[in-house]
Design a protein around this ligand. Structure first.
Ligand code: ADP
Ligand code: ASP
Ligand code: MG
Length: 395
């Protein structure tokens, strides 16, 4: 009988030291000893991608995209070899593969590539030889064989895409928290762990900044129905299962996105500004039009790129953060939320809504406080019930 296939992914902190790699090896060995075929995806050691990025920026504020991918992909290559060596030393046969060796083929969008196809033959050959296969996350190769990377946090996407291609029984994302919480537990200490979270809510949380899962990872798992679980490397716990199609929670959670910039121009330059962003592959988080100016919200580190070609039209550029409330009732709570924050002396610079989210633009120094206030009101004390009751009365 064919053995089940499990894909396990270990993030930066999990492979952050040789000591931690021994904990990683324990999880891998447990899965192997339980009778599974095991494919492992690793990130770079914590801090390493930032260190490499820092070196690149010492050379050029906008480094050549192709060369940046060659540089950044080296971080994952270090981890994959060290994890494979650790397993070998412990008596387990393991072989490491770069993205290219694992035949992970992407499009040509350097620094933010999308996986197009994976030929799993190289991996299944090794699994048949009873090897544990360790694959470098975050990277692939384009059709010319050039190294590409998948965007920050992209190893989650490598893992889930491999799980889909291998028809794995489960994709396990091991990280430094023991699951998906109602908000980043490092910001809101009272955040609650969700045993199960549905795909639409998880997608919205990831899109709005809950970096526990990379957005394309959630999308791929949803579309391809890959069983996906988030769990801790440092704790024995069932973690959080991402499952189901329908959001049921009035408010499911809060997501924070820091490191954004509001770049403003005169109204008549807005179309050119958004077109430039699109041409440069810069994601636009929000388009804002006020009486005096118009602007876009983009990642702060994309400003240098935009400045190169558009600086003469830019009026101002300031750092902002977004705090997003996710859940079926979130959009209805706009006035109540702003009033609550105003009562705590927190001004909201802009508000926008989608069908299941309310997005507040705030000054960066206020975002943690605002997250704690809204979490306490809407998740701990379920303040939305009052809005529901009001609707019932007025209806
Ligand atoms: P890894 O290096 O393992 O990929 P990341 O740093 O990318 O780990 O993601 C894990 C981090 O995500 C946690 O340490 C936590 O601070 C953050 N995080 C943000 N939002 C959430 C959330 N809703 N639930 C859990 N963790 C979250
Ligand atoms: N090492 C990459 C990063 O820091 C990819 C990842 O960790 O998923 O973004
Ligand atoms: Mg991550």
């Amino acid at each position: 009988m064919k053995k089940p296939i499990i894909v396990q992914k270990f993030g930066g902190t999990s492979v952050g030291s040789i000591e931690n790699m021994h904990l990683v090896a324990k999880h891998i060995i447990k899965a192997k000893d339980d009778g599974n075929q095991v494919v492992v995806v690793v990130s770079a050691m914590s801090g390493e991608t930032n260190r490499l990025l820092g070196l690149a920026h010492q050379v050029d504020s906008v480094p050549t995209a192709r060369e940046l991918d060659v540089l950044l992909s080296a971080g994952e290559q270090v981890s994959m070899a060290l994890v494979a060596m650790t397993l070998n030393k412990l008596g387990y046969a393991a072989r490491s593969l770069t993205g290219g060796q694992a035949n992970i083929v992407t499009d040509n969008q350097h620094n933010d590539a999308t996986i197009k196809a994976i030929d799993t033959q190289a991996i299944t050959d090794l699994l048949e030889q009873d090897q544990i296969v360790i694959v470098a996350g975050f990277q692939g190769v384009n059709e010319n064989g050039d190294i590409t990377t998948l965007g920050r946090g992209g190893s989650d996407t490598s893992a889930v895409t491999l799980a889909g291609a291998l028809k794995a029984d489960e994709c396990q994302i091991f990280t430094d928290v023991d699951g998906v919480y109602t908000c980043d537990p490092r910001v809101v200490p009272g955040a609650k762990k969700l045993d199960v979270i549905d795909f639409p809510s998880m997608e919205e949380m990831a899109r709005k900044g809950a970096k526990v899962l990379h957005l394309p990872c959630v999308r791929f798992a949803w579309k391809n129905q890959v069983p996906l679980r988030v769990l801790s490397t440092f704790d024995v716990n069932a973690g959080s299962l991402i499952k189901g199609e329908t959001g049921t929670q009035p408010i499911c959670g809060l997501a924070l996105q820091r490191d954004l910039a509001l770049v403003t121009v005169d109204h008549d330059s807005l179309a050119a500004l958004t077109a430039q962003c699109q041409m440069l592959g810069i994601e636009v988080w929000n388009v804002i039009e006020k009486a005096e100016w118009a602007g876009v919200v983009i990642k702060h580190d994309a400003c240098a790129k935009l400045d190169l070609v558009f600086s003469n039209k830019i009026r101002n550029s300031e750092q902002v953060s977004l705090l997003t409330k996710v859940g079926l009732q979130a959009p209805e709570l706009k006035e109540q939320c702003c009033a609550l924050l105003a009562a705590n002396n927190i001004g909201v610079e802009h508000v926008s809504t989608t069908s299941q989210s309310l997005m507040l633009m705030l000054s960066p120094q206020n975002i943690d406080k605002a997250a704690n206030i809204l979490h306490e009101a809407y998740i701990d004390s379920q303040l939305f019930v009052a809005v529901e009751a009001k609707h019932a009365c007025s209806g």
